[in-house]
Design a protein around this ligand. Structure first.
Ligand code: SF4
Ligand code: MG
Length: 314
């Protein structure tokens, strides 16, 4: 997948050609049925762009997204409608997507109307059932969004996604706006619902400690690239990429014997308008070598199912 955003002409100095924010650069990964794939990286690394592209909220610049043999990016008409039912997205701030003048019941039933599912009575039953599934009392059906807490609103966002019986949920920072105590409740709920409904999750987060409990595998992104991908245990126990090592050094690990020395990265993330040559991480990597500035490292399977793109392993 490749996604470049053109930069508005008026933001550029006169005489320059159109420039592009290289948000996602040749990213490739698999999402297996029933698993949770955690996509982590600092804000601006391209992870949200990936999620939004997959549900066609934004169009890709290049690439394919094969789902049951069909390219999601080629879908039109009915195929597109089916996809929009099967792949649902939930967002960091569900409040902005909840119409303040509508009651929760209406909000949850809206996708059913869009996808022509059930009659009025059936839709109400489905909505009530979903409210129960996401752990909310039935009287929430008659309430308005402003009457709910952040955690409750996220449950409504989830209910709205679940109501059309999807197969895949793309969750973009679903708990980042919530208090830490509420975060784990919502993550536990997501996990219960996944088991119950046999869902597949793409879970996007900037905080590795949020995804590590729920993810079967984790992909670490930096500046539009996946730089490391591994089963969660393997990634946590033996992070290979210097960027992953820095991310993990900031996270308290349950195993007290694991060596812990905080790695502070120097400098800022470079602009995606003009990413560094060679390895995109070379301007901040504590282990940078000459080759890193010229040659782009390729993904290599260093241990079973544990991939890393770094010249230390090439
Ligand atoms: Fe660091 Fe070089 Fe590896 Fe990039 S390729 S992460 S600069 S050692
Ligand atoms: Mg984001």
């Amino acid at each position: 997948l490749v996604k470049y955003y053109p930069v508005k002409k008026e933001l550029l100095q006169i005489g320059k050609e159109t420039q592009y924010v290289k948000a996602v650069n040749d990213v490739s990964f698999n999402l297996y049925e029933g698993e949770t794939y955690g996509l982590v990286g600092e804000s601006g690394c391209g992870k949200s762009t990936i999620g939004r592209t997959l549900v066609r909220l934004i169009e890709p610049t290049d690439g394919k997204a094969l789902y049951n043999g069909k390219d999601l990016f080629e879908l039109k008409g009915e195929g597109m409608r089916d996809m929009r039912q099967e792949i649902q997205m939930i967002f960091q701030d569900p409040y902005s997507s909840l119409n303040p003048r509508k009651r929760i019941g209406q909000i949850i039933e809206e996708p059913l109307i869009i996808h022509s599912i059930g009659n009025k009575k059936e839709r109400t039953e489905i909505a009530m059932d979903i409210l129960n599934k996401v752990g909310l009392q039935l009287d929430h059906y008659y309430r308005f969004p402003h009457e709910l807490s952040g955690g409750q609103r996220q449950r409504i966002g989830l209910a709205r996604a679940l109501v059309v019986n999807p197969k895949i949920i793309i969750a973009d920072e679903p708990v980042s706006a919530l208090d830490v105590s509420i975060q784990s409740q919502v993550i536990n709920l997501l996990q219960e619902i996944q088991e119950d409904l046999k869902l597949t999750y793409l879970f996007i987060a900037h905080d590795i400690s949020v995804v590590r409990h729920i993810s079967d595998r984790i992909g670490v992104m930096y500046l539009g690239h996946i730089v490391e991908e591994a089963p969660t245990d393997s990634l946590l126990a033996t992070p290979l990429h210097p960027y992953t090592q820095a991310l993990l050094s900031a996270v308290p690990l349950p195993n007290p014997k694991a060596k812990k020395e905080r790695i502070i990265l120097q400098g800022e993330i470079p602009s995606p308008l003009n990413p560094p040559s060679g390895c995109v991480f070379h301007t901040r990597c504590p282990l940078v070598m000459d080759v890193c500035k010229v040659d782009k490292p390729v993904m290599k399977e260093e241990k079973p199912n544990h991939f890393v793109a770094c010249h230390l392993f090439n």
